[in-house]
Unconditional design. Structure first.
Length: 231
């Protein structure tokens, strides 16, 4: 079991090596001010003028200049090749929630590995933020305050079933599976959406502009912020 490397009482922004954008990073840091880089994400952090509290990974993609610029005590080399840098970083962080940038969109295989890690580390509250969407693993029950007409997609990472209130197409009675029924392009039909599933295997995909609403629902009380992001 990997020991905790970063323990934070506030949210952690976890940055990877895929393009994230300076504006998106700054918005994430307003909500989750503790910055951790996964391997090559250190280059992006330094380019934005921020030194991460820790860099975690197998160090096969961090640049030489970034490695030299970061204090040695903040470099944490985890050599195993059985897991991705995202997995290594996520399991090494203890925080109320994690906002993950720079992990979606660059490579399909990397993106799939990220979603796999969300399921395998179901105890971590982690939101993966892409260019236009955000993705999180649904807890056993969640209530979200959203906008009528919002797109809400569900993608099962294993066999799972549940129920919903506030969606145009309810999900009760449906057996979801990656090789069977999935739930893309559902729609919010009421200001309050309730979801409940019988196993931690369902990914929820929403527009990135609903980040604050998701944090309000997922983050432990007292750890959120009134700032807005992705809007």
């Amino acid at each position: 079991m990997t020991p905790v490397i970063v323990e934070s009482p506030v949210g952690v922004t976890l940055i990877g090596g895929a393009p994230a954008g300076l504006r998106a990073l700054r918005q994430a840091l307003k909500l989750a001010p503790c910055l951790v880089a996964a391997d090559g994400g250190a280059d992006q952090a330094l380019a934005a003028g921020v030194v991460p509290r820790a860099v975690i990974g197998d160090f096969d993609s961090i640049g030489a200049a970034a490695r030299a610029a970061i204090p040695p005590g903040r470099l944490h080399h985890l050599a195993d090749q059985d897991t991705t840098d995202f997995d290594k970083a996520l399991r090494s962080v203890a925080a109320p929630f994690v906002l993950a940038l720079g992990f979606a969109g660059a490579r399909i295989d990397h993106g799939l590995a990220v979603f796999n890690a969300l399921v395998r580390h179901a105890g971590r509250v982690c939101l993966v933020i892409g260019a236009s969407d955000l993705v999180f693993l649904c807890p056993p029950e969640i209530t979200l305050r959203l906008r009528v007409g919002d797109r809400l997609s569900l993608f099962p990472m294993g066999p799972v079933s549940g129920r919903s209130d506030g969606l145009r197409w309810p999900v009760a009675g449906i057996g979801f599976a990656p090789d069977g029924m999935i739930g893309t392009s559902n729609m919010v039909a009421a200001p309050e959406v309730r979801l409940a599933f019988d196993a931690p295997r369902m990914l929820v995909i929403l527009p990135r502009g609903r980040l604050q609403a998701v944090l309000d629902a997922l983050a432990p009380k007292g750890t959120g912020t009134a700032a807005t992001a992705g809007r």
